[in-house]
Design a protein around this ligand. Sequence first.
Ligand SMILES: Cc1ncc(COP(=O)(O)O)c(C=O)c1O
Length: 445
Amino acid sequence: MNAYVEGNTPALDSFWMPFTANRQFKAAPRLLVAAQGMYYRSADDRQVLDGTAGLWCVNAGHGRRAIAEAVGRQLAELDFAPSLQMGHPIAFEFAERLAAMAPGGPDAGLDRIFFTNSGSESVDTALKIAFAYQRAIGQGTRTRLIGRERGYHGVGFGGISVGGMVNNRRMFPLLPGVDHLRHTHDLTRNAFSRGQPAHGAELADDLEALVTLHGAETIAAVIVEPVAGSTGVLPPPVGYLERLRSICDRHGILLIFDEVITGFGRLGSPFAVDHFGVRPDLTTTAKGLTNGAFPMGAVFARRSIYDAFMDGPESQIDLFHGYTYSGHPAACAAGLATLDIYKAEGLLTRAADLSAVWVDAMHALRGLPHVIDIRTIGLVAAIELAPRAGAPGSRAYEAFVDCFENGLLVRVTGDTIALSPPLIIEPAQIDELVSVLSAALKRVQ
Ligand SMILES: Cc1ncc(COP(=O)(O)O)c(C=O)c1O
């Protein structure tokens, strides 16, 4: 029996929970105490189907013994060693394995790996590499960054500055010199699209307009999520990413794809780069990198970017950036074991096999009360509800609580319910998910 089941709950006062209404949560807590495969177990000893892979990260499902054992072995053998002016083999081994499967394959050349501890750190690392690279190649006037409305790039100062979510931005000072593309969400033209929406490629021309406004020689990089996740699952319109790439090429602007969610099989290809066939200069990852079992992130950089830093004297540190835990031995062990599972079970392409079943199941929710859009791509879906007048977000939040009480974990952002189950989900569990969710949607007023 799990130690926390049967009312053995610790006091909840001291943990200041992230992105949570603390008082509301602590008054009626939802505690998860164990997990195996596709299911969590709640503190009141109920089984809860994981419709969100934890937080978009447990792609191979929960409780994978091989990962736990690899981490345990590594901690017993070498618990910690620095990666600054020292090294340990497993970090190099993990980087080589990642390089061999890098987004876009060998031709894309995204095979130089910088290790971080989270998606936010991957984003801020990529932005800093972009600035430093432009300087290294004699383009030091390029100090501007371009993000996109409704983008989510974590919570570092770089990430919130290029991000496009007002509540994450309004309370904090932001980096200077950041501008934004318009978002691509368009209910009028694209509602209930399956996969990439047909309309909106022209929105990429916002980048051209910003070049005209600011001057190309001031812009270092543009960063986008290939599929915006946290703001409600927005697949890119057909042709949009290609257009961004060609504008970047024309003007010497680096293109960064934030694949913290889309990396490691979410769309049915190992990375969104493979799925859409558009190559960025830097790609950020985290989450599925270790199946969520150990905090870690990785930035994939084009080899020519790395090489640009290798020009000075050999005794000179080439990038003044890094973390105590960059390439942490236990994180690398978790990552290697995760990659083995992905490979052995074909998980990095499994979403493609399941996609037809998934998409049909999700779009069957059309017509339920308040549903104004359904978006699907790979093993991701969003069900957007009409907001209540004067209380945006409350309807989806109630559906989320209803689902949890009836055995399903979903995620809400605004009035959108986002779904991204572990990639091991079976069709019968998709049916289970749909049945709990549709019952909840019928109950919510
Ligand atoms: C696209 C994207 N970038 C960055 C992050 C931040 O990752 P973390 O929460 O690990 O810092 C997230 C988290 O959801 C994300 O979805």
